[in-house]
Design a protein around this ligand. Structure first.
Ligand code: S3P
Length: 456
């Protein structure tokens, strides 16, 4: 796998996308596999003994960056013509010294989780990334991993590019998460896999639990204790032996949110997204939309590969603004950009708070969403830790006399959120560059075509 995807962008130049009011959206669609589960499938498969078979892997740039890195560290990873991926792992402790820098492209999840894996191996690795990733904070991961014995030489501000040296045997730690982050939790747990003794993460605010579920599924000894105030204490026993697994990756709820919100806000629409992951640590967006009055129906609820899954049918709805409780934020952390679009069309005011983390995602999502929504006539106030949006009660937003050009700033979810906003904008809008959608949702534009949201 080439590791050059991030430079391909620079060579080919931006690809703008124009979006305007479509006929009602209709159809049944699937979205690609869950990004979080896809990364972890490749990483744990690469550490297991024997073969891991992955069905439904997200073939987006972020996940391909993880695949390339695991190959560079000795795993054998292949894809058959039917789309099934096979991973032959090296065994816990068996990662090899990579001979090239690990190009993480746009992917924060690849970077932070891989730093965890490498921290407890006696290898040296250099991480590079695109302009967006190179601005993101890494101290949240380098700090606990340093306590475990790893060494880091970072760019100013603790950022990428950075070079790290892992330590084997590493030192087990007990780490209380200072920030609600599944990436930080996972980095420490993954480092703990090859560390003698018990590595413990204390999580005061629950975040997505795919690492815990999958580590258990691969055969690690992992205990989760839940205290009376909801704090989770997660203990992984080191020098684990993982065994290859058969994995079926559910559709990504973070991707499903885009066609679902599109159906809710484009009059006359009815869209079903099948096979959507409904893990409670991820499905906050659907519950919040329901609380706003969204007509969402779950059907065919089932368990696939240890994760709850459902089909979701969304019909056009008049939404009502609400105060979004800050404690739901971790369960919909990636869905706020598209929620802000939905809120712009709602009746009344939507208030969000406790969203400081949105400022350090692939972009400053609070600033970019506030700026872009204001440009298309939404009434939005930017606070330090959230947005307050006065909705239009279903009236389309004003794209201005000329369709404005909205900056996506290398952020896939900003690009997709404004593509959907364009569908409810009288004179349309242009997203400056749609290429970032390839990181998480390479079929985004074909899916919009299938629903009639953009011309075929
Ligand atoms: C992810 C965790 C979240 C999320 C990201 C994926 C993961 O990041 O925003 O898209 O797979 O663990 P944080 O840990 O920074 O909240």
């Amino acid at each position: 796998m080439s590791a050059s995807h991030s430079t391909d962008h620079i060579v080919s130049g931006p690809v703008p996308g124009h979006f305007t009011v479509p006929p009602p959206l209709r159809g049944t669609v699937t979205v690609p596999g869950d990004k979080s589960i896809s990364h972890r499938s490749l990483m744990l498969g690469a550490l297991a003994v024997g073969e891991t078979r992955i069905e439904g892997l997200l073939e987006g740039e972020d996940v391909l960056a993880t695949a390339a890195a695991m190959r560079a560290m000795g795993a054998e990873i292949t894809r058959s013509d039917d789309g099934i991926w096979q991973v032959h792992g090296v065994g816990v402790g068996g990662l090899l010294q990579p001979q090239v820098a690990l190009d993480m492209g746009n992917s924060g999840t690849s970077t932070r989780l891989l730093m965890g894996l490498i921290a407890s191996h006696a290898i040296t690795a250099t991480f590079t990334g695109d302009a967006s990733l190179s601005k993101r904070p890494m101290g949240r991961v380098t700090e606990p991993l340093t306590r475990m014995g790893a060494e880091f030489m970072t760019s100013p501000g603790g950022r990428l590019p950075l070079t790290m040296r892992g330590l084997s045997p590493a030192v087990p730690i007990e780490y209380r998460l200072p920030v609600a982050s599944a990436q930080v939790k996972s980095a420490v747990l993954l480092a703990g896999l090859n560390t003698p003794g018990i590595t413990r993460v204390i999580e005061p605010v629950p975040t997505r639990d795919h690492s815990e579920r999958m580590l258990k599924g691969f055969g690690a000894t992992l205990d989760v204790e839940i205290e009376s105030d909801g704090t989770r204490i997660i203990s992984v026993t080191g020098e684990a032996e993982l065994r290859g697994q058969q994995i079926v990756v559910p559709g990504d709820p973070s991707s499903a949110a885009f066609p679902i919100v599109a159906a809710l806000i484009v009059p006359g629409s009815e869209v079903t997204v099948i096979n959507v992951g409904m893990n409670p640590t991820r499905a906050g967006i659907f519950e919040i939309l329901k609380a706003m009055g969204a007509d969402l129906v779950y059907s065919n609820e089932r368990i696939v590969g240890g994760e709850p899954v459902a089909d979701i049918t969304a019909r056009h709805s008049i939404l009502t603004g609400i105060d979004v409780p800050p404690d739901v934020a971790p369960s919909m952390i990636d869905e706020f950009p598209i929620l802000f679009v939905a809120a712009s069309l709602a009746k009344g005011t939507t208030r969000t708070s406790g969203l400081d983390e949105l400022r350090v995602k692939e972009s400053d999502r609070l600033a970019l969403m506030a700026k872009g929504l204001a440009r298309i006539g939404a009434r939005v106030e930017e606070l330090e830790d959230g947005l307050v949006i006065q909705g239009t009660d279903g009236t389309p937003l004003n794209g201005g006399n000329h369709a404005p050009v909205i900056e996506a700033s290398l952020d896939h979810r900003i690009a997709m959120s404004f593509a959907i906003a364009g569908l409810v904008t009288k004179s349309g809008l242009t997203v400056d560059d749609m290429r970032p959608v390839a990181t998480s949702f390479p079929t985004f534009l074909p899916l919009l075509r299938q629903l009639g949201a953009v011309p075929a």
